[in-house]
Design a protein around this ligand. Structure first.
Ligand code: IPM
Ligand code: SF4
Length: 437
């Protein structure tokens, strides 16, 4: 075997002091473990029932989030939130309360995830942290409780896949189009328990916001983690957002992978995932014209600055079509504040959108916009399973924020290229970029 190492191997080596074999079961120290109001109750039960797990190993490495049913839409949710606040106080753990934001966004906003870390969260979209070169993965509530109490967790070292992104993406392409296209290629079970490493010269043009979208949906192809290197784009993001230098972590040339795939970015076009499966991916033009009732722009997949800038490019000076609800929910207060400072919230509101922030609400059909029988939504979220956003006879088309905004304006599924300026570049790599409406 060559001495060249994959990125996944480097991350394990950083913790274990040696490169483990694929398939080996290892116990790794965990740098950050988190849970939210949808999963913490079960973790708390485990901690209460198991004396050895009754204390938190290190409060600084544990975080709790109130984001799923937030603000509480039911009394039952309010009671869960109350229990979480009590636990956080008793154990000295950080609790990010109502309105701070969706966990996977807040860990980025707060700089809690850094290259080289091992992060586990009681939520499948913890994989979002792969954008920050962290081995970040979702676990069940019992595993989360064990990690909270012991600071360690066992893992099977995954098979490793190189996914080369070659060439440069056209300006109208966003991370969502890239990841949906990949899922359409490999299908929803194509990467089960594998570590997918995104590589290639195309990374230079993929912003951190879009990388988070791509890593976020790694789990929708079954992956254990979706990793980006901490290249120049990532390191500049840490400088601008957190004033910190982070190490360069990237795979060695010549590292051996179990599988190699390539996606040519210049060939991409806007796509949707049609219901009822995330891998039912088609070019937007194939479903163009279908009438929509609701558009949702938000979630941990696409609730970031770049996403609303893309939407604003389409919504500015236009109105949401009569009869369509356009719901915009920036993923965190920090994202919301940046949008507010840049006049983007004004554009959304003037176009007729309903705007809230920092909640999972509509994404998981919890509150703030469920779908009725027979209704159709275009949504920037990551799952379109039957009944995900409301009635079991409703339909969800997953798309980029640009495609979603185009549907809001026309009331039909529409190729965003028809409404975008010809020179629009929707992925914005410069972290200091501010949109001038
Ligand atoms: C509630 C939670 C367990 C779930 C997840 O793990 O992904 C949710 O966030 C989702 O998106 O379906
Ligand atoms: S925004 Fe949606 S996908 Fe993300 S954590 Fe919340 S419910 Fe899950």
């Amino acid at each position: 075997m060559s001495a060249a190492r994959t990125l996944t191997e480097k991350l394990f080596e950083g913790k274990l002091g040696r490169v483990p074999e694929r398939g080996e079961i290892v116990v790794v120290p965990i740098d950050l473990v988190y849970a939210h109001d949808g999963t913490f109750t079960l973790a708390l039960d485990v901690m209460k029932e198991t004396p050895l797990l009754s204390r938190v190993f290190d409060p600084k490495r544990v975080a709790l989030f109130i984001d799923h049913a937030a603000p509480a839409p039911t009394v039952a949710a309010a009671l869960v939130h109350r229990a979480m606040r009590r636990f956080a106080k008793e154990h000295g753990v950080r609790l990010f309360d109502v309105g701070t934001g969706i966990s996977h966004q807040v860990v980025a906003d707060e700089g809690l995830v850094k290259p080289g870390m091992f992060v586990v969260g009681a939520d499948s979209h913890t994989v979002t942290g792969g954008a920050f070169t962290a081995f970040a993965t979702g676990v069940g509530s019992t595993d989360a409780a064990i990690a909270m109490a012991t600071g360690k967790l066992w893992m099977r070292v995954p098979e490793q896949v190189r996914l080369k992104l070659s060439g440069e993406a056209p300006g109208y392409i966003m991370g969502k189009d890239i990841v949906l296209t990949i899922i359409g290629m490999v299908r929803s079970d194509g990467m089960i328990y594998k570590a997918v490493e995104f590589q290639g010269e195309g990374l230079k043009t993929i912003s951190m916001d879009s990388r988070m979208t791509i890593s976020n949906m790694a789990v929708e192809m079954g992956a254990k983690v979706g990793l980006f290197p901490s290249d120049a784009v990532a390191r500049e993001w840490y400088r601008v957002n957190h004033g910190t230098e982070v190490p360069l972590l990237e795979p060695d040339a010549g590292a051996e992978y179990d599988e190699e795939l390539e996606l040519e970015l210049p060939r991409l076009e806007p796509v949707v995932a049609a219901p009822p499966n995330v891998d039912n991916v088609k070019p937007v033009r194939e479903v163009e014209g279908l009438e929509v009732d609701q558009v949702f722009i938000g979630s941990c997949t696409n609730g970031r600055y770049e996403d609303y800038v893309a939407a604003a490019r389409i919504l500015k000076g236009r109105r949401v079509k009569d009869g369509v609800r356009c719901i915009a929910v920036p993923a965190s207060r920090k994202v919301y504040e940046r949008l507010l400072r840049n006049g983007i919230i004004d554009i959304l509101v003037e176009a007729g959108c309903f705007v809230a922030f920092g909640t999972c609400g509509p994404c998981i059909g919890a509150h703030l916009g469920l779908l009725g029988e027979g209704e159709v939504a275009v949504s920037t979220t990551n799952r379109n399973f039957t009944g995900r956003m409301g009635h079991k006879e409703s339909k969800v088309y997953l798309a980029s924020p640009a495609t979603a905004a185009a549907a809001a304006v026309t009331g039909r599924i529409t190729d965003p290229r028809e409404l975008l300026p010809a020179d629009a570049r929707l992925m914005v790599v410069d972290p200091s970029y501010s949109f001038k409406p």
